[in-house]
Design a protein around this ligand. Structure first.
Ligand code: DOR
Length: 432
């Protein structure tokens, strides 16, 4: 099968490519990139006016399967990915059972092979049941394809346990992903502690809860030499601490979420549970610091933390609502609108942080349009205007803190391993 994408504007930061070109896809891989290709093909896709990018890679996705299929499953989660131009997701281990054995890792991979519309990488848990008491079988999970380890949703409260995990992760050549929020301080509140929490009368989580945990885990990275990746950092303090340790040559990397780059705790006004998330949406000075960290390289990658819930679970009083919201179907559009069209971040930087850099950091295929690479591609109309309406999402989590947002820029097609899985906003193919 040969497909030719003609006259698109290619943005591929992995090879500093930013110009018009044709791209030939053969047998699921990128065969050629050149100014003009006229090989006879099974299909020619006219992409003039569109931007062609390597498919996005989201290293922080909750697919919820096994165990929480009422919130999401591998099919609906990866349909949402395809809808948003995301071709690889790394699914987090807070499933039921927790992804803490190779059996669960293999089960997720087998299910994904049957039905997923994105490549699914699996994060194994650090501790059994993510309970922080005993290490999970990290070596066995790594041998069966786990890409990294995390107890996402909870801090590993014991420094001794986290240090041990870092030593194991180092010997396995895998990153350890830290959900760096002090558990005790965190459980005292339900949103960012500040003027907005005071106004709403909702107990807040102090930002020092994150700073303390990030500092501890940076020190453990320094002591062990392990690669520790800080999940969803969201405070000025956390950004400063990661920046400092990077300057010391410590192997720490960091991610920021789309929402911590674009929303403040104002989104929680009127007790909007759609905006309840952990770590919480912060005040504007923290958002500024996270943006600065993105621009100066302190923050290596952007993630969604796609965390769907059944909509009725969110339809309760603020403090009882679960944390998180879906993000796969809005990530690129929101960032194009708020960071690119406003002139704050250029397009290659954005695509690098959302595709090339995650591939490099976690040693994954994809994140590039180089010949030989898997043909994981998104076609984007940078100018198309649309309004977020969660009822049009493919995820089961049909709610969003971006509900009603006027966006400029939309993914119009997604190709996975040489096959279109989404065109014109519609999932057009189920696997096989
Ligand atoms: O908001 C969040 N939701 N933060 C997390 O760390 C976990 C996630 C979830 O699993 O729902």
């Amino acid at each position: 099968m040969k497909i030719l994408i003609k006259n698109g504007h290619l943005v591929d930061p992995s090879q500093s490519f930013n110009k018009q070109a044709d791209i030939l896809i053969e047998d699921g891989r990128i065969a050629q990139v050149a100014p003009q290709i006229s090989t006879p093909c099974d299909r020619v896709v006219e992409a003039s006016g569109l931007t062609v990018i390597p498919g996005l890679i989201d290293m922080h996705t909750h697919l919820r399967e096994p165990g929480y299929e009422g919130k999401e499953d591998i099919l609906t989660g990866t349909q949402a990915a395809a809808h948003g131009g995301v071709t690889t997701v790394a699914c987090m281990p807070n499933t039921k059972p927790v992804t803490d054995t190779s059996i669960v890792v293999c089960g997720i991979k087998a299910r994904a092979a049957q039905c997923a519309l994105a490549h699914v990488e699996v994060m194994g848990a650090i501790t059994k049941g993510s309970e922080g008491k005993e290490l999970a079988e990290m070596g066995d999970m790594a041998a069966h394809g786990a890409v990294a380890f995390s107890d996402d949703g909870h801090q590993v409260t014991s420094a001794r346990m986290f240090l041990l995990a870092a030593q194991y992760a180092k010997s396995l050549h895998k990153p350890l992903v830290s959900h760096a929020i002090d558990e005790e301080l965190n459980t005292q509140g339900f949103m960012h502690e500040g003027a907005m929490s005071a106004q709403l009368g909702i107990p807040g989580v102090p930002c020092v809860a994150e700073d303390i945990a990030v500092a501890r885990d940076c020190l453990i990275a320094q002591y062990t030499g392990a690669h520790i990746h800080m999940a969803h950092i969201s405070t000025k303090g956390a950004v400063d601490i990661v920046r400092y340790f990077k300057q010391q040559g410590v192997h720490v990397t960091a991610e920021a979420t789309v929402h911590h780059l674009t929303l403040t705790d104002q989104a929680c006004a009127s007790f909007n549970t759609a905006a309840k998330v952990s770590p919480p949406l912060r005040s504007a000075e923290h958002v500024q610091a996270v943006r600065a960290g993105l621009l100066d390289g302190t923050i290596d990658i952007i993630v969604t933390d796609h965390a769907p819930h059944a909509p009725e679970e969110k339809d309760v009083e603020f403090r009882y609502a679960p944390n998180g919201f879906p993000g796969l179907e809005t990530s690129l559009a929101v960032l194009l609108t708020d960071l690119y069209h406003t002139g704050l971040v250029d397009l290659p930087t954005l695509i690098n942080k959302m595709s090339c850099a995650p591939a490099k950091l976690f040693g994954l295929p994809g994140g590039t349009l180089k010949p030989g690479a898997p043909a994981d591609i998104a076609l984007v109309d940078l100018q198309r205007e649309w309004t977020v309406n969660s009822q049009h999402f493919y995820t089961r989590g049909k709610f969003s803190p971006f509900e009603g947002k006027a966006c400029r820029g939309q993914v119009v097609a997604t190709m996975l391993a040489g096959k279109f899985v989404m065109e014109n906003g519609e999932i057009i193919c189920n696997k096989n």
